[in-house]
Design a protein around this ligand. Structure first.
Ligand code: ADP
Ligand code: MG
Length: 822
């Protein structure tokens, strides 16, 4: 008992401080601990991390573990035979456990996870956790037996919540009474959809809204998420005849939202997607001459402005989800405000889900605010009683607990990205399998940007009777998409955010605590169709003391180079006086100008150069565009656009099935033969696929995601089209890979790092310690000089997609930026 108490105390104490710091610091702290621990192991003087000396038995176990670990490692060096050395599960049928075997299993799992780390940036930390948990269990003998009752299994590690408050519902009434819904069954699908349309809160305000649009040029619209703003307003405008004079454009901050909403509206109007209703996102245009309602990402409307500076083909522009304050939305604000002044016939609607509409109104010369009540049911807010160390695990346990205990109703869980969602899906599936038939069916629906659209549609399918759906979503489900039937929300309290240091010019993706405003939106998702519950995986204290009120607008925490280039090519030169709603830090603007100057896109006077004009044609980051423009000089544009296309589909090229990890790793390493660097490896993947005539079978054989490849091919096709537009010939120079490398360096020279004695790297221009990502083909090679594509911060600051370079190239390719040291 004393031991358990000590273990608890240790953990609580350890965990308590966690939430008081940011996740970044938290990870750093963990990292440090892990290092300390490793040090102990290496020096063979194992201490508990609390500082206590290990007992004799523990020490023995430790050594035994180390031996085993080494043995397993040695045996599996012949990696193809790894299967033969798997150690059987240590649990016997009666639930007893063979400690020795158990230990071995733990070691094996540790080893497996160690390998997984190569693919999953969090695995390192997860492995450490697993290891710690294993150690604690071993030490204190907490669970010697596997729980015999499966239900108990769920409750054993359940999380304790306290109900803190109830978020009041307003104006709620049942959407449809039983009689009505019975009637519905007899109607056709289209009639049914019309019925649903009429049941949305906004429907009651249709006439008033149309009248307000008629009377005012600019209107700020505020209504709860899910009340019908995005899907209905464009249709109302169409019905009222606005589309006779031009298109109705509606911007969305997210690709998935633009696609999914357009699909829904096409369905409601009974037309084919891409005809009257279409969408346009980067590298994908699903519109035609017929299109009158056009959903698009805010970034796409910005690009359209390059070709049509007065938006002449539009009669109405709706800047939707304005509260998200993405970089593109903020820039659009300034541009459409200006256009509206000289185009009195253009209607401008700014639509937002939050109540801080005054700010939008003030910005748009005190435009009137049209706000209408939604239909909100009360939502009970629960907080954890103590901070949770691992929100991934806590989220899964909470989902299972809800599933077993709470009445039917769907669950929505917020994660920070694709990797987390995939790992949660896997984990949930496994645990459900473990629970067998004792529980109801749980349908798992992931949703994130790269998910193929067929699967995206799955989240909207009605849940079968008697089953429950759990939607694992990114921030997209916070306000952009509304899924009916959600009754429970699990909110770990984090999201992935870009963060930018204007001093160093370094940008990184960070997992960051969300704002109170986001937390409120997330909770609100549970009260859409009935009263609901929200489980926050943090304490009320954390909520009150640690969360910011609002999310910082992206314009204040991002690299502005791309935007500055677009603005320059729109003829906007005076950036300091650009009408920003919240101006970016002046430093960030200066940094962007400096970078564009160094890239040769601007001259000394800050004017667009010929290269800059060409670069602006590509819907890519200026560094990528520069790489492409330069490839003309080195006669390798063919290779370089393949690389650019592969880079732009992100890190989801290779996959690694649990049972075939070794094969998958071998297949992957094939592309790295000769330590060519990650960019060239990507090129090899693409060219090999092309050689097989884009074979799906080839992808399977090489553990490559076929849909990522298809996307890369689409992107590449478009880049090829753009090459023609900027008069760059397609030329190939496969025998001279250094010319490809030089093109990369010509674009990415600000991203260079030099090897340090301890095996880490230091970025060259603004010294910072970074590491080669374990996924990289060069992670074991450690070249002296490298250029990297991007930095990601997980447990460490990692460089992703790395290539070796010769330092003299820096002076040759970026003389403004680098000079020879005397
Ligand atoms: P708002 O923009 O005010 O948040 P929306 O217009 O997005 O509201 O949503 C209105 C309704 O349409 C919601 O009930 C939502 O569930 C439904 N809806 C939106 N998109 C889809 C879709 N792709 N499939 C099914 N239903 C959808
Ligand atoms: Mg909306």
């Amino acid at each position: 008992e004393e031991a358990v108490r000590r273990a608890n105390a240790l953990e609580k104490d350890d965990l308590y401080s966690l939430r008081k710091v940011s996740r970044q610091e938290y990870l750093k702290k963990r990292e440090q601990k892990k290092l300390d621990e490793l040090k102990d192991e290496i020096e063979d003087e194992p201490y508990l991390f609390g500082g206590e000396k290990l007992t004799e038995t523990e020490l023995r176990e430790f050594r035994y573990k180390k031996e085993l670990y080494d043995l397993v490692k040695k045996r599996t060096q012949d990696e193809d035979n790894v299967e033969e050395y798997r150690i059987p599960d240590a649990y016997d049928q009666d639930g007893g456990v063979d400690q020795e075997k158990r230990f071995a299993v733990a070691v094996q799992r540790y080893r497996d996870l160690d390998a997984t780390e190569k693919m999953n940036p969090f695995a390192e930390q997860e492995a450490w956790e697993d290891h710690q948990i294993g150690k604690a269990t071993l030490k204190f003998g907490a669970k010697n037996k596997r729980a015999s009752d499966d239900y108990q299994f769920v409750f054993e590690d359940q999380i304790s919540f306290i109900k803190e408050s109830v978020m009041a519902g307003e104006n709620y009434e049942d959407v449809m009474d039983a009689k009505q819904s019975q009637d519905l069954a007899e109607k056709t699908a289209l009639e049914e959809l019309q019925e649903v349309r009429r049941s949305l809160p906004i429907y009651g305000y249709r006439e008033q809204l149309l009248q307000a649009v008629e009377e005012h040029q600019v209107l700020v619209i505020v209504g709860d998420t899910g009340s019908g703003k995005t899907t209905q307003i464009p249709q109302y405008l169409h019905e009222a005849g606005y589309t006779k004079r031009g298109k109705v454009g509606c911007t969305q901050p997210r690709r998935v939202a633009a696609m999914s909403v357009a699909a829904r509206v096409a369905q409601e109007m009974g037309v084919k997607l891409g005809h009257e209703v279409g969408y346009s996102i980067r590298f994908e245009d699903c519109t035609s001459d017929k299109t009158v309602l056009k959903y698009m990402t805010d970034g796409m409307l910005l690009r359209e402005l390059l070709g049509e500076p007065d938006l002449a083909s539009y009669s109405v522009v709706i800047v939707d989800e304005a509260h998200e304050r993405t970089l593109s939305t903020d820039i659009l604000f300034g541009l459409v405000k200006d256009i509206a002044r000289f185009r009195p016939d253009l209607k401008l609607l700014i639509s937002s889900a939050t109540m801080d509409a005054e700010k939008f109104s003030d910005y748009f010369d005190t435009a009137p605010i049209f706000s209408f009540p939604g239909r909100r049911y009360p939502v009970e807010i629960n907080y954890t009683t103590a901070p949770e160390a691992d929100y991934m695990d806590a989220a899964i346990v909470t989902v299972l607990t809800i599933h077993v205990r709470e009445p039917l109703g769907d669950i929505l869980v917020f994660f920070t990205g694709q990797e987390e969602i995939e790992s949660a899906e896997e984990n949930l599936k496994q645990r459900i399998r473990g629970l067998g038939t004792k529980i109801r069916e749980l349908i798992i629906c992931p949703i994130y940007a790269n998910l193929p659209s067929e699967l995206q549609a799955k989240i909207f399918e009605p849940t079968p009777e008697g089953a429950r759906k759990v939607v694992l979503a990114t921030n997209i489900a916070e306000t952009s998409l509304t899924i009916d039937g959600i009754k429970y929300v699990v909110d770990p309290g984090f999201s992935k955010m870009k963060s930018y240091n204007p001093r160093t010019g370094m940008e990184s993706l960070l997992i960051t605590p969300i704002s109170k405003a986001s937390a409120t939106q997330r909770a609100g998702r549970a009260g859409r169709t009935s009263a609901g519950k929200c489980y926050r995986l943090y304490t009320a204290f954390n909520y009150n003391n640690d969360l910011e009120e609002n999310t910082v607008p992206e314009v204040q925490r991002t690299n502005l180079a791309s935007v500055v280039l677009s603005l320059k090519s729109l003829g906007i030169h005076d950036l300091i006086n650009f009408d920003f709603m919240d101006p970016p830090p002046a430093e960030a603007l200066v940094k962007a100008l400096e970078l564009l100057f160094a890239l040769g896109a601007l001259n000394k006077l800050g004017e667009l150069t010929k290269a800059g004009r060409r670069m602006a044609e590509f819907p890519l980051d200026p560094m990528l565009s520069k790489m492409i423009v330069v490839s003309d000089k080195y006669k390798c544009s063919d290779e370089v656009i393949s690389i650019a296309a592969m880079l732009s589909v992100g890190g989801s090229i290779f996959y690694r099935p649990k049972d075939k990890q070794v094969h998958a790793d071998n297949a992957r390493m094939n592309f790295h033969t000769g330590n060519v660097g990650d960019h060239i490896a990507l090129l090899k993947v693409y060219s090999s696929w092309k050689e097989t005539n884009y074979s799906t079978q080839w992808c399977y054989e090489n553990y490559i995601q076929v849909r990522s490849m298809k996307r890369a091919r689409d992107v590449r096709d478009q880049l090829e089209g753009l090459l023609e537009r900027v008069e760059i010939e397609i030329s190939s120079n496969l025998n001279e890979l250094d010319s490809v490398r030089k093109s990369i360096v010509a674009g990415f020279f600000p991203h260079t790092a030099k090897l340090q004695k301890n095996g880490s790297y230091r970025t060259v221009k603004h010294p910072q310690t970074v590491h080669i990502h374990p996924n990289s083909g060069l992670s074991q090679v450690l070249p002296r000089w490298v250029v990297y594509h991007e930095l990601v911060l997980t447990s460490k600051e990692y460089m992703r997609q790395v290539t070796e370079l010769k330092p003299e190239w820096l002076i040759e390719l970026a003389p403004h930026y680098y000079q020879q040291k005397d």
